[in-house]
Design a protein around this ligand. Structure first.
Ligand SMILES: *Cc1c(COP(=O)(O)O)cnc(C)c1O
Length: 388
């Protein structure tokens, strides 16, 4: 392993963390070990590699890199973000209880509500902007509290340190979905959380060209259990995807700086715009949790939601259909700017009444602000809004 000062900055860790020249050839970049199996020299003798569900050097390099970014002792990577969450649930047994934010990622809610409930796990979904609501849901059989901060698309926050302070003495593990902020801006483990979760698909990979997930943690016992399940249940990522994610993380620091810079400028512009009735961005002083956002994270990221005009579907559609540089698509966190209409796309399964009760109007639009020149993004946004 390249010798790295453990106090090295995150830009340095992104490039070097867990990386070393390939032992066979000295290749500077980790090769794509595209193999399912490994030769034995003699009966019972191998180089520590037997079968690629269990061991793959490209995957191991990615896991070490992601662990170094989150400042974690252990890292595990999975075939998708949901495969990572699924494996975490596989550590529980029927009768165990999980507390989760009600405004969590739709796929997480579906996995808990439609799959794991059927297998006897119990879930309570709460308003996770309130620490009192979260801790009030704790029971003797609660094992995990699963929080996503900020949430999608309303950009609501949870106070990670406050939740951890209440959960840890009770032996409840705190899991934080850190997908939106990335370790560049938010450090869940340093705030007292037990597990940092990522959809690697988003900012960590950053180029919209693979699907992956990760769990980063200090706890040796939980790591051992997860490592066993990674092999026993088999939700592993392929080596090519691990290589792509590793290539992506190298530029995490510079990408996140630019996403944040661009989003701050567009959020400020939207907040002033006469045809926008509301903007959801933790970096704006009018965001109800702006102080928490400043305390808990060192930046605000690239995600903005806003309500054009009167919030109707028509007002949203008029703007949505006029974008030219922003691509109309689901997902987020890539170098390219995307615009999404959550009510018909990512959140189509959420009942309308539930959406409206949260202030999530029919016409709400969500931007994943990319790293293009901000003046071009601004022009595109202004033109789209002029049509509303
Ligand atoms: C995309 C996403 C997930 C799920 O990850 P996949 O890689 O799509 O399985 C979970 N949480 C958040 C916040 C996400 O954006």
């Amino acid at each position: 392993m390249t010798h790295l000062d453990p106090k090295a900055g995150i830009g340095t860790l992104a490039v070097h963390g867990g990386q070393s020249p390939d032992p066979t050839t000295g290749a500077v970049m980790t090769p794509i070990y595209q193999t399912s199996t490994y030769a034995q020299e003699a009966l019972g003798q191998n180089k520590g590699y037997e079968y690629a569900r269990t061991h793959n050097a490209t995957r191991a390099a990615l896991e070490r890199n992601l662990a170094s970014l989150e400042g974690a002792k252990h890292g595990l990577s999975y075939a998708s973000g949901l495969a990572a969450t699924n494996t975490l649930m596989q550590t529980l047994s029927a009768g165990d209880h999980v507390v989760c934010g009600q405004n969590t990622y739709g796929g997480t809610f579906r996995l808990f509500d439609k799959v794991w409930r059927r297998h006897g796990l119990e879930f309570t979904f709460v308003d996770a902007t309130s620490v009192v609501e979260i801790t009030g849901a704790f029971r003797p059989n609660t094992r995990f509290v699963f929080i996503e901060t900020p949430t999608n698309p309303l950009m609501q926050l949870t106070d990670i340190a406050a939740v951890a302070k209440h959960a840890r003495p009770r032996g409840i593990r705190v899991v934080v979905d850190n997908t939106f902020m990335t370790p560049y801006f938010q450090r869940p483990l340093e705030l007292g959380a037990d597990v940092a979760f990522h959809s690697v698909t988003k900012y960590l990979n950053g180029h919209s060209d693979m699907i992956g997930g990760a769990l980063l943690l200090h706890d040796d016992a939980l790591h051992e259990q997860l490592r066993f399940l990674q092999n026993a249940a088999g939700a592993v990522p392929g080596p090519m995807d691990c290589f792509l994610a590793l290539r992506g993380t190298k530029t995490l620091a510079v990408r996140m700086q630019r996403h944040d810079e661009n989003a701050r400028e567009l959020a400020a512009m939207l907040a002033e715009h006469p045809r926008v009735s509301r903007v959801f961005y933790p970096g704006l002083a009018e965001h109800p949790q702006h102080e928490l956002a400043k305390r808990q994270a060192s930046g605000f990221g690239g995600m903005i939601s806003f309500i054009p005009g009167d919030g109707s579907l028509e007002a949203g559609r008029a703007v949505f259909d006029r974008f030219e540089l922003f691509t109309r698509a689901e997902s987020l966190g890539g170098v390219e700017s995307l615009v999404c209409h959550p009510a018909s796309m990512t959140h189509a399964a959420v009942p309308r009444e539930r959406r409206l009760a949260m202030g999530f109007m029919d016409g709400l639009l969500r931007l994943s602000v990319g790293i293009e020149d901000v003046r071009d993004l601004r022009k595109d946004l202004e033109k789209a809004l002029a049509a509303s």
